[in-house]
Write a protein that binds this ligand. Structure first.
Ligand code: GCU
Length: 607
């Protein structure tokens, strides 16, 4: 039963009572049930900030109503981890949003934890008790907005018709006591689907239509956070149809939501998805910067442009998106993906904090005004498919408050809050999670190679799976070498970076090994910094990564975890090992055939 699966909430009781109506009541309940002595001082304009002070053998939490709830969770967490936050705390990013890619038919795009937790059969359908528990999960790690529907709004009318608004309002009410507000995705062409001849953003009728729409929606859900839009991307409609810019499109919608304090989030995931693989000039990673950089400064104040962390699409490793570095006069949101689309489908272990650390450091945390992450939740009993995948949701919320947090700190926190382990076991699990991304990268796509996955599913190896397709996703491997020249002699992508980074990346001698083939096309006998040839490094990483996956099993077997978690974890590690062996063998064979080079260590390369 999901009620017994508490992930990092082990120390909190179940269920959450339905009587809780405000964040303050929720805070009182949590503190009381956790057996902590704490009093509250409510500040009228305290917002989400709080301060915890020790007093008379207990604590006093001072803050706004929602701040007190966040403070209560921080106190409970701190008493478990031995680190109660001192001084005034406030979230670094005011907007910390989980993006559900949930469709109203109950499916979840790129979902690996079962069907949607809140949609089924074309409407809202959920267990209220579970949604309350969801609110608590989100608040307890610091997330404050949930976007309920997929960015691909397949059946837009269903979301915004008047008949659905009361359901949206009821759903919002369940999350409100936890300081979590809703956001919804909208379809740019909606006015046409409802009878208007156009969706042109400069058309006055269209503008009036959206204003009216917004009025109705906010009347039902007065604290709705805003609209999220995927436009002119992967066949979604958008302003380009009318020869209008994305700034014109976004601003039109932003003006409709502004009277209600709403924000308009506009995704920058826009590229040519109908490319000819023989065209070597069009380079997909360039697309977002080429489109948006000239629009910098043209977006209204309540528009936030949401940018994926890398220039491609949530690959195992990508350089930080140059758009995050280049849009100085635009509000930006950093988009992460908890759903493990390219990172193991919540079968393979992939703890994300090390990846995010690189991204936040690479972009500079102040470049973004908000953080968003594609959800990894579903109706599965354990919430996230793999019990350990809950770590990524927890860590996302924590990074939203403290983007400087060390990966090891957040992973250890989650482990301690979720399980009762002896110190050596806690160390072993923390270390395993901390290194899981490196292992996955080694046996899948190392050195900045992307996209060597099976088409559609994105699970399992297929070195040429995306090579001759229309998506702009190539590795250009042939008998002469592998990788893409993205220097000025090649596609010029590297020039989208500030000078210092450009210099670092454009020279294969200084380019970090882990991104080498992202920026360069190199022959198989290229000498790497450590003296190995490129082909040997490709082989070595695949053997090593696979061996690392194999060695995880013993660690997992030794841990005293709750039965249900243990059963699922051991099932999944077998799946991961199978996957890792397949990647090792198929990838090594692929490169062996192309290069003709033998493995120096004489290991078996399957053919
Ligand atoms: C990826 C993913 C799609 C998704 C898209 C997006 O391409 O495979 O399922 O719709 O990203 O982020 O919009």
């Amino acid at each position: 039963m999901w009620q017994e699966r508490k992930t990092w909430l082990t120390r909190l009781p179940l269920p959450v009572p339905e009587t809780l109506k405000t964040p303050l009541e929720a805070a009182e309940f949590e503190i009381g049930q956790a057996g902590v002595r704490a009093a509250f001082t409510v500040e009228k304009d305290g917002g989400e900030s709080y301060e915890i002070l020790p007093v008379d053998g207990g604590y006093r939490i001072t803050g706004g109503e929602t701040g007190i709830l966040f403070g209560a969770y921080a106190l409970i967490r701190g008493l478990t981890t031995g680190c109660v936050p001192a001084g005034r705390q406030k979230p670094f990013y005011p907007l910390r949003m989980l993006n559900g890619w949930d469709n109203m038919d109950g499916t979840v795009e790129r979902g690996y934890a079962g069907r949607s937790m809140w949609f089924e059969g074309g409407r809202f359908d959920y267990e209220p008790a579970r949604v309350r528990q969801l609110g608590r999960m989100l608040a307890s790690c610091g997330v404050n907005v949930l976007c309920v529907n997929n960015v691909n709004v397949h059946q837009p009318a269903q979301h915004l018709t008047d008949t659905l608004l009361p359901d949206l309002a009821r759903f919002a009410a369940l999350l409100r006591p936890f300081g979590v507000r809703l956001m919804i995705c909208i379809d740019f062409s909606l006015p046409m689907q409802e009878g208007l001849p156009t969706a042109d953003p400069l058309d006055e009728q269209v503008q009036a239509w959206w204003k009216e729409r917004a009025k109705k929606i906010w009347a039902a859900v007065p604290d709705l956070a805003g609209f999220l839009v995927k436009a002119d991307s992967e066949h979604r409609p958008g302003p380009n149809t009318y020869g209008r810019t994305h700034a014109e499109g976004a601003n039109m919608l932003a003006r409709a939501v502004a009277p209600f304090g709403g924000v308009l989030i506009w995704r920058a995931f826009v590229y040519n998805c109908m490319q000819d693989w023989r065209d070597t000039k069009t380079d997909r990673p360039r697309a977002a910067y080429d489109l948006y950089k000239p629009l910098d400064g043209q977006f209204d104040g309540n528009v936030i442009v949401q940018v994926k962390y890398g220039p491609f699409d949530f690959q195992v490793r990508e350089p930080v998106s140059p758009l995050l570095l280049g849009m100085e006069k635009t509000n930006l949101a950093l988009e992460l993906q908890l759903a493990q689309e390219y990172t193991g489908h919540q079968i393979d272990l992939f703890a994300m904090p090390p990846l995010w650390r690189e991204i936040f450091d690479g972009m500079g945390k102040e470049r973004a005004k908000a953080v968003a992450a594609v959800s990894n939740l579903g109706r599965d009993e354990n919430w996230t498919g793999h019990p350990f995948a809950a770590l990524n949701l927890y860590a996302f919320g924590r990074f939203g408050w403290e983007p400087d947090i060390a990966p090891e700190t957040v992973i250890r926190e989650w482990v301690r809050l979720s399980y009762d382990l002896a110190p050596a076991q806690e160390d072993a699990l923390t270390e395993l999670l901390l290194s899981s991304r490196d292992a996955y990268e080694q046996y899948t796509a190392n050195l900045g190679l992307c996209w060597m996955v099976r088409p559609e599913s994105h699970y399992g190896p297929s070195p040429y799976g995306y090579e001759f397709d229309r998506w702009g996703t190539y590795n250009r491997a042939d008998r002469n070498g592998v990788g893409i020249d993205r220097t000025d002699a090649g596609t010029g992508y590297v020039s989208q970076y500030p000078e210092a980074l450009k210099k670092l990346y454009e020279n294969p001698e200084t380019c970090p090994d882990k991104l080498l083939l992202f920026f360069h096309r190199l022959p198989y006998d290229f000498r790497m910094k450590d003296g190995r040839t490129l082909i040997q490094r490709l082989y070595d990483d695949h053997f090593q990564g696979c061996a690392r996956a194999e060695s995880m099993k013993g660690v997992l077997e030794s841990l005293p975890l709750p039965d249900a978690d243990k059963r699922e974890i051991l099932e999944r590690i077998d799946g991961q090992i199978k996957n890792a062996r397949e990647w090792r063998d198929i990838t090594n064979t692929f490169f062996h055939r192309l290069s003709g080079a033998a493995d120096e260590k004489g290991r078996k390369i399957y053919e």
